[in-house]
Design a protein around this ligand. Sequence first.
Ligand code: PEP
Ligand code: CO
Length: 472
Amino acid sequence: MVPEIRYPYATLRHSMIVQDPRAGVWATDSWRAFPALQQPDYPDRAALQAVLDELRQLPPLVTSWEVVMLREKLAAAVRGEAFVLQAGDCAERFADCTPRRISNKLKVLVQMSLVLVLGAKMPVIRVGRFAGQYAKPRSDDFETRDGVRLPSYRGDIVNRPEFTTEARTPDPSLLLRGYERSSLTLNFARALAKGGFADLHHPEYFDLDWSAQSAHAGDYRRLVDTITESLRFMENVLGVKAGETDRIDFFTSHEALHLGYESAQTRQVPHRPGYFDLTAHMPWLGVRTADPEGAHVEFLRGIENPIGVKVGPATTADQLLRLLDRLHPHNVPGRLTLIHRFGAATIAAALPPLIQAVREDGRNVLWVCDPMHGNTRTTANGYKTRSFEEIRGELDQAFDLHAAHGSRLGGVHIEMTGENVTECTGGARGLAESDLPRAYETMVDPRLNYEQSLEIAFLIASKMAKLHQKHA
Ligand code: PEP
Ligand code: CO
């Protein structure tokens, strides 16, 4: 996040967005003329309008130069010179905007990235699913309990999860609270990152107790010792204090779901062409709103930000190319990241045709694997969970499938938390379904806990190290 002038801003002189004459003229609100899925139904339209007007006046959460910096870094990842770690909660909660939770989240993100650097042997770009991941798509607009039908919970920025009419009625003032919580989260995280918060960096703060139960405990310890040595080397020999370098810059991302909120913070800035969505550095398009003719695609096509596009089992090669036509017409590397989420059982059949279509069409994209969203299931006792082994299995296959099809996996997208929750099964501690009730907190999708997150980072690092050896 420390502004650094490292990349030639070649793409800055022109907006990346070409107006496609077939698509009509884009404006921050042009999406309103398209079918918009997953939008809350606010009973008080005047109150909503007042909130959106206020959001338009408030300062941005991120700046355009940071957004451009991320775009350039992602372009480096497309060239195979950097690796992306995008991670955080499925849904942030307003109540979790506390110093401990924010610092734990940043800590696990940074620790995972330090582990990944060793395997990738290249810089790791940290992109948090935080400081604004408050709006959730739902499979049903309504939820029925004991014959009572109420709107579904759509995330803290829309309504509240309690099953009462009052809590479930979409409340526009929550948009302002979400904006403010995002700002508070970002403010504290930026200060921690900038101030050299020792916990973030130092391997002595890695909690590795869990690894004793793993067959790879020795390897993990050695990796952490290597991180310690390289940080010491930097500090002692180069005279750079680890916490004072730009090594802990990070970026923010969330699903660009609530189009009123996103477009209210989308604006032009002095001395730079185009429009920027300044609620986050990298908004993404979810699978439920990925219709190339829909409002979300219309909104995203007009902004300068790097954007993520989730790709799932239902995405056909044809649909993907149509999405790229609309969202990536300039084909500028760094603009577009495809985040695939198929499931361990599906990826081997579903991914290769998409890699091939994208390659044959000469599209410059970054490929990232989300091994979470295709591996969700419900246990007999009603808990939504994911198995560590399936998550790992999908990641392993993703690396191999890209390599086998002349492509490269350029990053991973993980739902995790810095807390010791029990939401996903497996991992070195062998969490079982019967352990889930102990510390199950998520309102939406199950996350890897602190230990499982570090463990998956070690496994990804060792997978990447093996791939390097194979190609060395
Ligand atoms: C998510 O990332 O939390 C999500 C809902 O993902 P997807 O759109 O891939 O289902
Ligand atoms: Co999720």
